[in-house]
Design a protein around this ligand. Structure first.
Ligand SMILES: [Zn+2]
Length: 324
């Protein structure tokens, strides 16, 4: 079972700030190669935790984990995501406000597997407990490109692994707040039951797709876990964390595959540019069939404000377009 990572020894605020701003500088250099189409989020006017009640303060690295923590924690927790809807969690530049948000949290939740390592220097020296939701998950490897063999971080896209995230969050909250443990477990049970319903419907739809057409073609290789769960083969333009997105040779190779396999529908993610995939679609007589959501929820009024909405949207889009 995944365990909470214990808080590091406390440092002075000055030392923490120095370390954090060192991290910000380093990340600013890295971000020079941020993906085209990635959304910048440099304006941060969100409220910080105000400890006016006895709810637990939970900080997460991205919106999907925040939604999970809100559902599991209910009215016993107050949750903030460091990155906002639409942000690129792979290449995030933390701000001084983020440091304070993490510093004041009782529990910090990150994904791990290299997705949100920018958080680690922020945690060092704070008293916050740290849960890494992919601890205990069997990682799928990145299958090509510079990061080949490294773990693919997008495990939440699997309803099966998503259930593990939810269970780990309930266990972590219950460990910090034992009086709420039964409540968190009951919330997690209901949540996982809904997730299993979604997955069951998607599997039933995939069963109606002719086996040779069970191929999921996307821009980023972010769907390994989902494809595995659904029994779909995964093809993509560029692998995870690649700075080379939609290169001519990647486009040409995919056009050949899509043509050979007669794949009826191609997909792109909401946070990346679909230009290269549009070209693949045109030249292979397929079609770009819709946006999938992976790394971020939408704002409250958008199409996928919750994790269940995101999976429902993607599963529905994929199965509908591959069966039509
Ligand atoms: Zn991603």
């Amino acid at each position: 079972m995944p365990k909470l990572r214990p808080p590091a020894t406390r440092k002075t605020t000055g030392a923490r700030l120095a370390a954090a701003f060192g991290a910000i500088l380093a990340l600013a250099l890295v971000s020079a190669c941020t993906a085209p189409g990635a959304i910048e989020t440099d304006i941060d006017d969100r409220a910080e935790f105000v400890d006016t009640d006895d709810r637990l303060n939970v900080a997460t690295t991205f919106t999907i984990l925040a939604d999970m923590a809100r559902v599991v924690g209910g009215d016993r927790v107050q949750v903030e995501s460091v990155t906002t809807p639409g942000a690129d969690v792979h290449y995030y530049e933390p701000t001084a406000g983020d440091l304070r948000r993490v510093e004041n949290a009782d529990l910090v939740i990150s994904n791990g597997l290299g997705l949100d390592d920018w958080l680690l220097r922020f945690i060092d020296g704070t008293g916050a407990q740290h849960l890494v939701t992919t601890d205990g998950i069997e990682p799928e490897p990145v299958r090509s490109g510079n990061s080949v063999g490294r773990a693919n971080p997008h495990a939440w896209m699997s309803p099966t692994d998503g259930a593990t995230y939810i269970r780990s969050i309930a266990d972590a909250l219950g460990e910090i707040d034992p009086a709420g443990a039964a409540y968190y477990t009951a919330n997690a049970d209901d949540y996982i039951a809904e997730l299993e319903d979604l997955a069951e419907r998607a599997r039933a739809s995939v069963a109606t797709i002719p086996p040779e057409r069970r191929v999921l073609v996307t821009c980023e290789g972010a769907f390994s876990y989902l494809a595995r769960d659904l029994g779909l083969e995964e093809l993509y333009l560029w692998p995870v964390n690649s700075e080379n997105q939609g290169l001519p040779r990647q486009v040409t190779a995919l056009i050949d595959e899509v043509r050979d396999r007669d794949v009826p529908a191609l997909f792109c993610e909401s946070t990346v540019s679909g230009d290269a995939m549009e070209q693949v679609a045109t030249e292979s007589d397929s079609r770009l069939a819709g946006l999938l959501y992976v790394d971020s929820l939408s704002a409250e009024t958008g199409p996928v404000p919750t994790y269940l909405d995101l999976l429902d949207h993607d599963l529905d889009t994929i199965t509908r377009e591959l069966t039509s």
